[in-house]
Design a protein around this ligand. Structure first.
Ligand code: HBI
Ligand code: FE
Length: 295
């Protein structure tokens, strides 16, 4: 994934699309060098709170039978459902649980500041919310995607450790020029990952869990491929940022994800130099297809 370059209003490159970043990165000098900024709670309008309430209400009703157990258990720890939560209230609980805290950022930030925050157990949460006309889809992660999609699993100790390790790995990847490959792994796990649980196939990726349409599609549809997670396979596979995924990768547990990604990736990056990239919608030799979706 190309480095995100944010200089004032110049276009940001995020994934394959370039467009100006949504956030206000100047904020009258309130954005720190690590891209964090205060959550300006007073700036939220009644309409902003109402959009959050409606998104939370709709999405939480869709979760049973589709979201993983750990997510459903932790979701109430976000606190208030009828208005945008105060980050410091979430942090009171989150820091005690796993040493993580959420920090406000104006939107997408460059990869090194992003990885640095994760490596320090700080999850960057965009502090603005989508407009009413973007209710079903917002092109850039907003506060609902980040809070509802990403934060509940940070209460899970194993997943929380994986997220910190991912941040540390991201800084190493940046030094090796391998951010593109590593961002595919992020995409196919932390954003769009599936997990095989006793009760059946479930979603753990934030991009799925925060999407009204993709949640049932990812877990139940017969259209996409579902492949047991293999690091090289995931890091070879291009992805689409503005449509449902054609391929999902499946893990057996968060411990498996943590164990698989713990070793140093340098040999993997070397191996990837000799492997072709794969389109998002193909099956490849060696793919272990995930077991059939249980009814
Ligand atoms: N910035 N705020 C924010 N949130 C993200 O999820 C994010 C980012 N910058 C870069 C990025 N994600 C991806 O390039 C990751 O693969 C690193
Ligand atoms: Fe995300």
């Amino acid at each position: 994934m190309a480095e995100i370059v944010i200089q004032g209003a110049s276009p940001a490159v995020y994934g394959q699309s370039t467009r100006p970043p949504r956030g206000d990165y100047a904020r009258g000098g309130q954005v720190n060098t690590d891209y964090t900024c205060p959550q300006n709670y007073a700036a939220y309008t009644a309409a902003d709170h109402d959009i959050y309430r409606r998104l939370y209400e709709r999405q939480s009703a869709l979760l049973p039978g589709l979201a993983c157990d750990e997510f459903i258990t932790a979701l109430p720890l976000l606190g208030v459902k009828t208005q945008i939560p105060r980050f410091e209230k979430i942090n009171d609980r989150l820091y005690r649980a796993t040493g993580w805290e959420v920090v406000a950022v104006p939107g997408l930030i460059p990869e090194v500041p992003f990885f640095t925050l994760l490596a320090n157990r700080k999850f960057p949460v965009t502090d603005w919310i989508r407009r009413p006309d973007e209710f079903d889809y917002v092109v850039e992660p907003d506060i609902f995607h980040d809070l509802f999609g990403h934060v509940p699993l940070l209460f899970n100790p194993v997943f929380a450790d994986h997220m910190q390790a991912y941040g540390a790995g991201g800084l190493k990847a940046h030094a090796l020029g391998a951010c593109e490959q590593l961002s595919r792994l992020y995409w196919y796990t932390i954003e769009f990952g599936l997990i095989q649980q006793k009760s059946g196939l479930r979603a753990y990726g934030a991009g799925i869990l925060s999407s009204a349409g993709e949640l049932a599609y990812a877990v139940k549809s017969s259209v996409p491929h579902r492949i047991a997670l293999n690091l090289l396979r995931a890091m070879r596979t291009r992805y689409k940022i503005d449509s449902y995924q054609k391929t999902y990768f499946v893990i057996d547990s968060f411990q498996q994800l943590f164990d698989m990604t713990a070793p140093d990736f340098t040999p993997l990056y070397a191996a990837l130099q000799r492997l072709t990239e794969l389109p998002a919608d193909v099956q490849a030799p060696g793919d272990v297809m995930a077991s059939a979706v249980m009814a």
